[in-house]
Design a binder for this molecule. Structure first.
Ligand code: SF4
Length: 315
């Protein structure tokens, strides 16, 4: 019974994959999948990467008429902002990042009023209308470089409090976190004890974590970096075993790119439920019906684009 079920499931997903590929060709679509997507979604994507890497990649796909961005809301918005005129689809309308929801545009305006001379640097994990309120954006990969490039000793930074503390440590600047305690509900699940236990069991393993993890987790890690930096680091380092402190989806990409190496997720429950809303079925129906199109009003897109372009001038 189990075998028949598995075969049927495999057969169905084969058909679904074939159909997605057919639709992709017919509709001149490009499929982008974030590093945290389900393995089967990553496997059918044209490109897998972090949000800004993917949005920039989409710009090079000049012939594509549709961008299907398998990720969460703010990432698809960035693709709209950086690819004006293209139809951007999100497989699941409900795929929203809770961290991005923690900072609203009116709150940024309030902080700006309180500190009128202080530049506002926002993590790309913000909604378009919030990005439109800042001077410059950053990713977790370039946050330190962007902060250092700003001509000010004090910076308003949001929404991730842990990334703010990381920035404070890596730069000589005063970082004011806005809001005071924004966080990623998935990355804060990692605990220092998880890493230490695995290090004890596997003394030859290298622990690599994301800066959205709490400072005590970062302290016991051997390397702190964005998902793209983690991929490069794991590929280039001769070590054979890695302890991973980021969302579970990255482990699929790491294993695929480094088949001779071992990757252990530091905590099995580190699964972002919002990212995982995008199933193969939803990718298929979004593409087929061309539904869940993401729109950003032009006035907001123009301002948010300036903040993103300012970041590209730094890195
Ligand atoms: S992993 Fe965290 S930051 Fe990324 S989409 Fe999920 S909740 Fe948002």
């Amino acid at each position: 019974m189990v075998r028949v079920f598995l075969n049927e499931t495999r057969g169905e997903s084969m058909n679904l994959t074939d159909e997605i590929m057919k639709l992709k060709r017919e509709k001149k679509a490009v499929i982008l999948a974030h590093n945290y997507q389900r393995p089967e979604v990553q496997d059918i994507a044209d490109y897998v990467g972090d949000s800004i890497e993917l949005s920039k990649r989409a710009r090079e796909e000049r012939d594509a008429e549709i961008i299907l961005f398998s990720a969460v809301d703010f990432m698809a918005e960035s693709a709209v902002i950086l690819n004006p005129g293209k139809k951007v689809l999100l497989p699941s309308q409900g795929a929203r990042c809770p961290m991005a929801q923690m900072l609203r545009a009116d709150e940024v305006r309030r902080w700006k009023k309180k500190y009128p001379k202080v530049p506002v640097l926002l993590y790309v994990n913000t909604l378009a209308e919030v990005k439109a309120e800042c001077d410059i954006c950053c990713t977790s990969a370039n946050a330190v470089a962007v902060a250092n490039a700003l001509d000010s000793d004090t910076i308003l930074f949001g929404p991730d409090h842990n990334l703010a503390l990381y920035l404070q440590k890596k730069t000589n600047k005063k970082i004011i976190p806005i809001p005071e305690n924004g966080f990623c509900p998935t990355h804060v699940l990692f605990q220092k004890g998880d890493i230490l236990l695995l290090k004890d069991e596997h003394p030859d393993a290298v622990a690599i974590v994301h800066p959205e993890c709490t400072p005590d987790v970062q302290e016991v890690a051997d390397y702190i970096g964005s998902t793209s930096q983690m991929c490069t680091y794991a590929k280039e380092l001769p070590a054979k075993k890695f302890i991973i402190g980021t969302e579970s989806g990255l482990v699929h990409r790491l294993k695929k790119e480094n088949p001779s190496k071992e990757f252990m997720l530091a905590y099995d429950g580190a699964v972002c439920p919002n990212m995982k809303l995008n199933t193969l079925e939803r990718v298929h129906s979004a593409l087929k019906e061309e539904r869940h199109q993401v729109n950003v009003p032009e006035r907001i897109a123009d301002k948010a684009r300036k903040a993103l372009e300012a970041m590209f001038t730094v890195t």
